[in-house]
Design a binder for this molecule. Structure first.
Ligand code: HEM
Length: 411
């Protein structure tokens, strides 16, 4: 079902959610926050879905408070249904776990992603990878930053952090692209998932014989109360890192670049004063989250914003809308890196709060610094001759379709 809603208060133009994601969903979200923040219905077109996956009862939360409540109450809002969706491809992974199983598993994998554990990677891997990528394009004076930078840099970084051999980069890039394309090409996604299983199994076995100082090595060595992760658990976790870590980061860094390029006065301020970068990253994540919505299932009847959502309902948590909730942010539809700091919800909350958020922030900070250090006069090309507008697109995962820019070389 495609949801179409008429807006009563502004002109005659109806506010329609474009389920292809070609036009901005934010006017629609604003309308829903004002009129029906706990919405009984769906934003998805379920026509093509296998019957066993079609929800019988579905709700969408648009306001910040409702989304936050659902993330925090993981007993009532369980994520176990991931086993029946992406779990079919990834295996039983951390996102679908709850209770003690999640706690134990997260304790085992979390060490590798702590801010302090990541510090070692900034000078040795993340900085050099970004510098090298930008050096590859800097003499050209123009580039599409999506092709040249935003996808390539987290791909190379994850492959380095996992300790994959350099000669496997092309293979890893292809399999990563295929596995994250599951929503549009299921066969390519499933084939990639199988290939990645065998590839990662081989990498894990190598480290069981001889431990290495990388994330796969950390996962093989991780132990709590004598318990270690099984091969299958490590592989499920590694495969999850591609959509969870690579796709989100490439999209969010593209969104931030798009937003800064479209607000040249704010880009100039960031260029001048690099201590503004962390605030710019958070504002970019709030204003255009790379992942708009995630799903939960209720285990019992629950009150949200004055409505009773029954047990066994699918509840979609619309983080994109929650991030623009006007009861939490003044002028929420304005991109403003100087706004007073107020936590957004793009990294979720509660037990499943993003494990990779420190890495994502570090990668984006290093990338932006490196780009600003190596170029001058960075500007979006208004007409790149393709006839296609440069814009942020996508229904659930969102990011720019391209970022054609010109720049000079910094001396
Ligand atoms: C800007 C970039 C990122 C965003 C916006 C983001 C967003 C999220 C969100 C919303 C969740 C919760 C999903 C849910 O509960 O259904 C999540 C979980 C997770 N993320 Fe991220 N993520 C980002 C980057 C990363 C990176 C770089 C990694 C690792 C390399 C990563 C690894 C994970 C993992 C493993 C989980 C599952 C945690 C758990 O279930 O306990 N993410 N992320």
């Amino acid at each position: 079902m495609t949801l179409r809603t008429e807006r009563e208060d502004v002109g005659d133009e109806p506010v329609v959610l474009d389920t292809t994601g070609e036009t901005s969903p934010y006017p629609f979200f604003e309308y829903m926050r004002r009129t029906d923040p706990v919405f009984h219905g769906s934003l998805m077109d379920h026509e093509l879905m296998p019957p066993e996956l079609k929800p019988e009862d579905e709700w969408v939360l648009f306001g910040y408070d409702g989304v936050f409540q659902a993330f925090r109450d993981d007993k009532i809002f369980t994520s176990a249904a991931y086993d029946k969706t992406i779990g079919l491809v990834m295996g039983h992974m951390i996102l679908a776990m709850g209770g003690k199983e999640h706690h134990d598993h997260r304790s085992l994998v979390a060490r590798a992603f702590r801010a302090t554990a990541l510090e070692r990677w900034e000078p040795s891997v993340i900085g050099p990878v970004c510098d090298q990528l930008i050096d590859e394009i800097k003499n050209d004076g123009h580039a599409d930053l999506v092709k040249a930078l935003t996808f390539e840099f987290p791909t190379r970084i994850i492959s380095e952090l996992l300790g994959l051999p350099r000669e496997d980069l092309d293979l890893f890039r292809r399999l990563s692209l295929d596995i994250i394309s599951i929503p549009t090409d299921i066969m390519a996604g499933l084939t990639a998932a199988n290939e990645l299983h065998d590839y990662f199994l081989d990498q894990v076995e190598q480290r069981r014989r001889k431990l290495t100082n990388d994330i796969i090595g950390d996962l093989v060595a991780a132990e709590i109360d004598g318990e270690k992760l099984t091969d299958e658990a490590i592989i499920a976790f590694l495969r999850l890192l591609l959509p969870a870590g690579l796709e989100t980061t490439y999209r969010s860094s593209g969104n931030l670049l798009y937003l800064l390029l479209n607000h040249p006065e704010q880009l100039a301020m960031v260029r001048q004063d690099r201590s503004l970068i962390p605030a710019a990253i958070e504002e970019g994540l709030r204003y255009e989250t790379p992942l708009v919505m995630v799903m939960r299932t209720t285990t019992e009847d629950v009150e949200v914003g004055g409505h009773t959502i029954p047990a066994n309902a699918q509840v979609d948590l619309c983080m994109g809308s929650a991030n623009r909730d006007e009861s939490r942010w003044d002028d929420a539809n304005t991109f403003d890196i100087h706004r007073p700091r107020q936590a957004h919800i793009s990294f979720a909350g509660g037990i499943h709060m993003c494990l990779g958020m420190h890495l994502a922030r570090m990668e984006t900070r290093v990338m932006l610094n490196s780009l600003l250090d190596r170029t001058t006069d960075l500007a979006l090309i208004a007409d790149d001759g393709t006839g296609e507008e440069t814009k942020i697109v996508g229904p659930i995962f969102r990011s720019p379709n391209k970022l054609p820019v010109t720049f000079g070389i910094a001396s």
